[in-house]
Design a protein around this ligand. Structure first.
Ligand code: MN
Length: 501
């Protein structure tokens, strides 16, 4: 997926009050800003200039066009001059693409010795954008507001982050996720309202019997399996026990066969992600491990134990992070290090952690797995390098979805973990484990997350504004007392906001 094939439209509002000359000037300036943003390395999508809007009909037409343009993933609005906002009501009411309101000014500095009334009339975003902001607020319409000079890297970066959120949202529309097997029995947090999710998010989630997948796996030829094994051997370090003639050679080949069968199923059905469950492996020789890791590495979303919400979230975050260093994986908060001098969390899963977050020293190993009752599965084992990351979780609160994001700091373990046969990440949640995990538990965050070293909480916040769902961020500033209040206030807000809109 090439993000440059996706467009955000640069839309400038004005009116006829100022005369033709001024409007020409506005158009020239807008075009220059759009071209600069388009060329910015901070913005991964194409920024497309659109003619200056000066009438209600033109505004409404633009919004209709944006709604139906397949590659338009959002619009950036800017009022170089003053554009009376009643002109925008009909258009904004029907606009269904995300909006970023860029509050900038063509001229960076006040030309102190030269400034006259003509200059002021042209460079009046300071009040033009306030009129524009009012109508969004009055319409209760979510948008991102970015303030600053358009050539500033920081401004371009914030627009870039928003455009990544738009890309993730765009990818979700009409996306399909497949569930191999149902939810893990009796587990609550991985459940949820799939009808509401489709209404709210645009993607569908459907169940497929294991037999359909097994048929695809059985159709894979020995030659194809050998070819994929050779690819594994080239790309990763296969443990001696998994080499030809050794004890677990066939176990690695079994995962190659599962990968090829799953891939064929997902490609034929046009799926962007999937779930598995160890409670339904009927007809499979092993719990899919290496196979799932390989598919995640290629951009598929994944959730274990039937967790379709996190499969969808992993996929969206992978799209949002295209081209960025780091990576995104399905993850689970697994175990703690509760030494008072530095409490940490160790994240992993039974098998399924994506190597895009790893240190590149990926080893394929085979170990028996007590859970699932199948043969010893092959899996990739690696560490995750130090650095900032986020853990994001989406839960169904009954009347809404809530996104919880914890900013965390990944650390390299001081000790080796020679007996741990899975990929793992060690991190300190911000602001510390006590407050971070306490807030997470109070918010009802899942044990499963989408874990990313590539994108920040700001991107997920933008994404939640677009999706119009609740977003809470646990970060360096989090205080439990205030956080509890935020959760309670949000409870009230989401009871009332449907009546407001
Ligand atoms: Mn799990």
């Amino acid at each position: 997926m090439n993000l440059k094939n996706l467009e955000v439209w640069f839309v400038t509002g004005s009116q006829h009050l100022y005369g033709e000359e001024t409007l020409k000037q506005v158009a020239v300036h807008s075009q220059e800003i759009a071209e600069t943003l388009n060329a910015s390395s901070k913005i991964p999508v194409s920024v497309v200039f659109k003619p200056v809007l000066t009438t209600p009909d033109a505004i409404t037409s633009l919004c209709v066009e944006a709604n139906t343009a397949a590659n338009c993933i959002g619009i950036i609005t800017w009022m170089h001059t003053f554009s009376p906002s009643k002109m925008w009501i009909n258009g904004l009411k029907i606009l269904n693409k995300p909006v970023a309101h860029l509050h900038t000014q063509y001229n960076r500095d006040i030309p102190w010795s030269e400034m006259d009334m003509d200059f002021m009339n042209l460079n009046q975003s300071a009040h033009g954008d306030r009129e524009h902001g009012f109508i969004f607020t009055r319409l209760r319409k979510n948008r991102k507001v970015v303030v600053g000079y358009w050539k500033d890297e920081q401004v371009q970066e914030r627009l870039g982050i928003w455009s990544r959120a738009c890309a993730g949202w765009y990818d979700w529309q009409s996306a399909k996720f497949a569930r191999f097997g149902d939810n893990m029995r009796e587990v609550a947090v991985t459940e949820g309202d799939k009808v509401e999710a489709q209404l709210r998010f645009g993607f569908s989630v459907n169940y497929f019997p294991m037999g359909d997948l097994v048929a695809k796996i059985d159709a894979v030829t020995e030659v194809e399996v050998d070819k994929l094994y050779a690819e594994y051997n080239e790309k990763y370090l296969i443990d001696a026990a998994g080499k030809p003639g050794a004890e677990y050679y066939e176990n690695v080949r079994t995962q190659a066969r599962i990968e090829l069968g799953m891939r064929a199923f997902l490609e034929e059905g046009g799926f962007k992600g999937f779930t598995t469950t160890f409670e339904d492996l009927y007809g499979l020789k092993q719990l899919p491990g290496l196979a799932v890791q390989r598919l995640m590495e290629d951009g598929y979303g994944f959730g274990a134990e039937g967790d379709w919400k996190h499969a969808a979230l992993v996929r969206a975050m992978k799209v949002m992070s295209i081209g960025l260093p780091g990576g995104t994986s399905f993850m689970e908060d697994y175990t703690y290090h509760l030494d008072p001098s530095g409490m940490k969390a160790l994240g992993a899963h039974m098998l399924e952690v994506c190597p895009t977050i790893g240190d590149g020293k990926t080893k394929i190993e085979v170990h028996p797995l007590g859970i699932g009752g199948k043969d010893a599965p092959a899996r990739m084992v690696f560490n995750v390098p130090a650095g900032p990351a986020i853990a994001a979780s989406i839960i169904d609160m009954g009347n809404r979805f809530r996104m919880i994001v914890n900013d965390v700091d990944v650390e390299v373990p001081e000790h080796d973990l020679p007996k741990l046969p899975v990929a793992r990440a060690l991190w300190t949640p911000q602001p510390n484990l006590q407050v971070g995990a306490g807030a997470w538990i109070l918010a009802g965050g899942a044990h499963h997350t989408s874990f990313s070293k590539a994108i920040t909480a700001e991107c997920i916040e933008d994404f939640c504004e677009i999706a119009d769902i609740e977003f809470v961020n646990i970060n360096k500033d989090t205080c439990l007392t205030e956080f509890k209040k935020e959760l309670r206030w949000n409870e009230m807000f989401y009871l009332l906001n449907k009546a407001l809109k």
